[in-house]
Design a binder for this molecule. Structure first.
Ligand code: PHE
Length: 438
């Protein structure tokens, strides 16, 4: 990463761009949040609306962010300010989003560190406590905070190394590993007794439930959260894209990979949940409490569990680096700091916020609040305003030029995307929002 804007770094080729952006998208959102929110909201019904949300709102909003970031080559705040002073608040709302996510994501990611360590050491399966009791006593101990901080520091090490050496390299190794492990797990789970009930829950749809305002709102929130859209993250990453990158194909690839991992996670977790006679509505601890139950009694239980939690760690890490980078790029460029100092400041703030969340200061469950505010309010609204901004407030051909690389590609798709951005996506977001308030 260069020290000034003239030598600003960029990601390598097409595949790197997809892997890095997919690395941001795929994380706890797909592996932890998707299964438990889907479990609480009717399984298949939720999946269907989630898919629609990705297509109709997620992809267009991601493209709007790509355009803003790649055109300006700046951090979220700098990017919006460069295009229009009056819209720089949209960049700040992104920075706020990254702060709120930092306030709880590291802690949850830290859970997977705990589970990985206790799988490797064999403690997870040799303890005579039940898994939910183990989880409860872990939650009460200091370890969630310690592991959360360890996770911040791991993220720091990668981000401080910079865009090419750190972020890109990490994603290139971690993303393919993730797919392989997940497919192996899905195959393994299919042979468990009672798995069929899980497939039924996850794949047969109750349409009435699917199209209730509440389900739609949550599925849309999940789409934004999982695609890392609506809080400046894709703006920041796109600022490292090369000018000839085909943004439409990148956004499709990223979305398809995210959907694939979410669905695979569902195909691993729901059959497993039913096979063990558990409930899919367990909530945030779903993955952590139910999966060890499944591994237990399998040959090589500790090995399987270690592999699975390793996967969760890797996927979370490629996501934490992305919102860490939103803040690092902001501090670095807006306050003229070096990358190292910007990263250090971000790390310090992240540790502070995680600590406040851990101690439940004033008795507040910050995790829940932050998650709700970011996924269900800030990101959908951020995404909506970004769409509105790029098609109604920028010069006429801005989006067309960005989507077609000034007429080189996507000549037929671009008008469709612009139509969506103008008339469909923002209106749908607004409608769902208002409907949910009433
Ligand atoms: N998309 C990430 C996940 O699913 C979370 C994230 C949200 C990352 C917003 C960056 C920005 O885990």
């Amino acid at each position: 990463m260069g020290k000034n804007k003239n030598t600003r770094a960029s990601f390598g080729g097409k595949l790197s761009v997809i892997l890095v952006a997919a690395g941001s998208a795929i994380g706890l959102g797909a592996l932890w949040r998707f299964p438990y929110v889907a479990g609480e909201n009717g399984g298949a019904a939720f999946l269907l609306v989630f898919l629609l949300s990705v297509l109709v709102v997620g992809i267009p909003a991601m493209l709007a962010e790509f355009a803003v970031g790649r055109y300006t080559k700046k951090n979220a705040v700098g990017a919006f300010r460069t295009l229009s002073k009056r819209w720089s608040w949209l960049g700040y709302s992104g920075v706020l989003g990254a702060l709120l996510i930092s306030g709880y994501y590291y802690l949850i990611a830290g859970w997977s560190l705990e589970y990985f360590v206790s799988s490797v050491t064999g403690k997870l399966f040799s303890s005579n406590q039940l898994f939910d009791a183990q989880f409860a006593s872990f939650e009460k101990s200091w370890r969630p905070l310690i592991y959360g901080i360890v996770f911040v520091l791991m993220t720091h090490l990668i981000v401080a190394r910079g865009v090419g050496k750190g972020i890109e390299k990490a994603s290139k190794v971690m993303m393919p590993a993730l797919f392989v492990i997940l497919v192996v797990m899905a195959v393994r789970v299919a042979f468990m007794p009672g798995a069929v009930e899980g497939y039924k829950f996850f794949l047969s749809c109750d349409f009435e439930k699917a199209f209730s305002a509440d389900t739609i709102m949550k599925a849309m929130g999940q789409a934004f959260f999982s695609l890392s859209v609506g809080m400046g993250c894709m703006v920041t990453y796109a600022s490292y894209f090369k000018k000839n990158n085909n943004v439409i194909s990148t956004s499709f690839n990223v979305s398809i990979l995210t959907i694939l991992v979410s669905v695979l996670a569902g195909l691993v977790i729901f059959p497993a949940v039913f096979s063990a006679g558990l409930k899919p509505t367990e909530g945030p601890s779903l993955v952590f409490v139910t999966l060890p139950e499944i591994f237990k009694g399998m040959p090589l239980d500790a090995l399987w569990a270690s592999i699975f939690f390793m996967l969760v760690i890797l996927a979370s890490l490629t996501s934490t680096i992305s919102f860490h980078e939103v803040l690092t790029a902001y501090f670095r460029e807006e306050f003229s700091l070096t990358r190292k100092k910007g990263a250090m400041l971000t790390t310090a703030v992240s540790i502070l916020l995680s600590t406040i969340t851990y101690f439940k200061v004033f008795g507040i469950d910050f995790s829940k609040c932050y998650d709700y505010i970011t996924a269900n309010i800030l990101m959908p609204l951020g995404g909506m305003f970004t769409c509105i901004f790029v098609v109604w407030f920028m010069k006429k051909d801005f989006m067309k030029d960005e989507l077609t690389n000034s007429g080189v590609c996507n000549r037929y798709l671009a008008p469709l995307v612009i139509f969506m951005l103008r008339y469909v996506t923002p209106l749908i977001i607004l409608y769902i929002f208002v409907k949910n308030l009433l």
